[in-house]
Design a protein around this ligand. Sequence first.
Ligand SMILES: Nc1nc2c(ncn2[C@@H]2O[C@H](COP(=O)(O)OP(=O)(O)OP(=O)(O)O)[C@@H](O)[C@H]2O)c(=O)[nH]1
Length: 375
Amino acid sequence: MRVQAAKIHWVVTLIRRNRTLFFALGFLVLGTHLVYLQAGPLMWALLALQLLVYPQLAYWRSARAADPLRTEMQHLLVDGLLLGIWMGVWGLPLWISFMFFVGTCLNVMIFMGMAGLWKGVAAIAAGVAGAAAFNGLAFRPHTELHTSLLCIALLTGYLLIFARDAYRRGVSLRESRRQLGERLDEITRLQSQLQDQAQRDPLTGLHNRRFLDEALERELAACAAAGLPLALVLIDIDRFKRINDTYGHPAGDEMIRRLAELLRERVRDEGLIACRYGGEEFLLMLPATPLHDAAALAEELRATFESLRVESGGQMMRTTLSIGVAGFPEHGARAPMLVLRADHALYAAKLGGRNQVVRADALPGNAPPVPAAAT
Ligand SMILES: Nc1nc2c(ncn2[C@@H]2O[C@H](COP(=O)(O)OP(=O)(O)OP(=O)(O)O)[C@@H](O)[C@H]2O)c(=O)[nH]1
């Protein structure tokens, strides 16, 4: 059965590449030592088995294992053990032992961390001890100059390959981070866009009722804490149904947009909030604004709108506004009560013949007079 490369952990693939390449080169390097030792065919065969055949067996086993990564980590320790045996058998030749030791430690350290390092060192020591127990340990540190130079070259090549892999991984990590950052920015932007859309009326672009209900509680608490008043101006277009019926729904929309524009212009510079509260109903929230100032603003709006001619589809339309005004703290301390009082005032304006501003304190059975500190 063929093993599909895509399913194999990248560490297994990487180790196979490194092990195959460097063990094969190692065979050439160590071959020079075997020539120096005048080794017999058995040693050549064993060395070939370990350096040329074993890497493929190890890969074969890892690729079929239930946990390939874990199996490959075991193989790294087996590498240490086998190289330790060669070190012991050859009497710890200095450059060869150094190459084996550094190569093994590097591998286990990179893939298994400090715990792996100790296991790797233990595996090498076990290999050396095993060989010594079997064969005795005669210390023969010498290697021929060309063998030593080849060991240095091989180890250098191994280190450079590792460094190159680490560099490439770092580059791709930075690129992934950059892309992730971009996506995160995009998500944040879309989130705030969504949040903004959820709080705005699509026809006029003004804030909607949901936004105002939240903002009103917040602003009321802030004004109460600062000892400041707050006013609500509830505005309704008069006889709007007639506009729709006479000029058509798009013309009615145009009228709504025109009023929204007027409100936006009026509250733009003052940190006041205008929202579309319902179909043809608008609410202004005026923090730090006394009731009489709010009533004056409402009167100004009423008069301006009365004189407006709104054009739609070549037709000129005009109508008027009825407005109710209520204020904190005079007409209530909580948002629902304030809105209700403004609504009562608006209703009174409608009943009074429309095209007028009515303050909540003008209604019968009104709240007590305004405390001095609040105005
Ligand atoms: N064109 C348009 N019409 C809307 C929109 N929202 C609500 N309306 C209409 O606004 C009209 C409101 O009518 P009414 O509540 O009877 O009020 P009115 O005709 O203004 O009468 P008064 O308020 O008593 O002066 C209804 O016909 C609704 O269909 C909108 O977004 N666009």
